[in-house]
Design a protein around this ligand. Structure first.
Ligand code: G3P
Length: 218
């Protein structure tokens, strides 16, 4: 499973790259706003300079023509930009046009398996089901991912599934167990993946035993 980082923060992206967990990056207008960024173009270029993996940049326009022209502008920023569009009727229509023009699209804000089926039929390179937000309203977000995997397998669609809105290591574990293509993970969850209290306890015991043995021999 590929690990994308779900952030627009350059320090986090650098850090994930240096520990070897960076297959790509996803951003959205809220993540840009969190960094105080109003015009995302410069930040997208900076992110693309750190990683050669896919970097999703979301359009702000909501009607067809605006989406298409913004998408072309974003995709010209770097070779690895993936244009993120909302899964609306206009978003699907724009995806079809952009896919024909060779622009890679990530259809986002996906909350149902039928939306994901439409994304694949429109030619989206990626689809982003938001699992945490479904959990937040009492549904099982990962069940949605299972259903999308079944549908895509039935018809051999090549659209890659990005498990998004990840809140905990459990989401990442379930994504890996069911064979999702990609998890896009907030930085704090990446850090949690490596942690286990028994690892810390075991390491402390090893170091203590080593110190005792050294003291005995000195
Ligand atoms: O990439 C966007 C998605 O991951 C949003 O996550 O935490 O705002 O629901 P969240």
């Amino acid at each position: 499973m590929k690990f994308f980082l779900d952030t627009a923060n350059l320090d986090e992206i650098q850090k994930a790259a240096s520990i070897g967990f960076l297959d790509g990056v996803t951003t959205n207008p809220s993540l840009m706003a969190k960094e105080g960024i109003g015009d995302q173009e410069q930040r997208i270029k900076e992110i693309c300079a750190i990683t050669s993996g896919p970097v999703s940049a979301e359009v702000i326009a909501t009607e067809l023509d605006g989406m298409i022209s913004e998408a072309h502008k974003l995709s010209s920023l770097a070779h690895n930009v993936v244009v993120k569009l909302p899964l609306t009727v206009s978003g699907l229509e724009a995806t079809k046009t952009l896919a024909n023009d060779g622009v890679k699209v990530n259809l986002t804000l996906v909350f149902s398996p039928l939306q994901a089926l439409l994304a694949a039929k429109a030619g989206a390179a990626y689809v982003s089901p938001f699992v945490g937000r479904l959990d937040d309203v009492g549904e099982d977000g990962m069940r949605l991912v299972e259903e999308i995997i079944s549908i895509y397998t039935n018809y051999a669609y090549e659209t890659e599934i990005i498990v998004a809105s990840i809140r905990s290591p459990q989401h990442v574990l379930r994504a890996a167990l069911i064979g999702a293509d990609i998890s896009t993970i907030p930085f704090k969850v990446i850090a949690q993946l490596a942690q286990h209290p028994l690892t810390d306890k075991g390491l402390a015991a090893f170091l203590e035993d080593h110190a005792k043995a050294q003291a005995k021999n000195s």
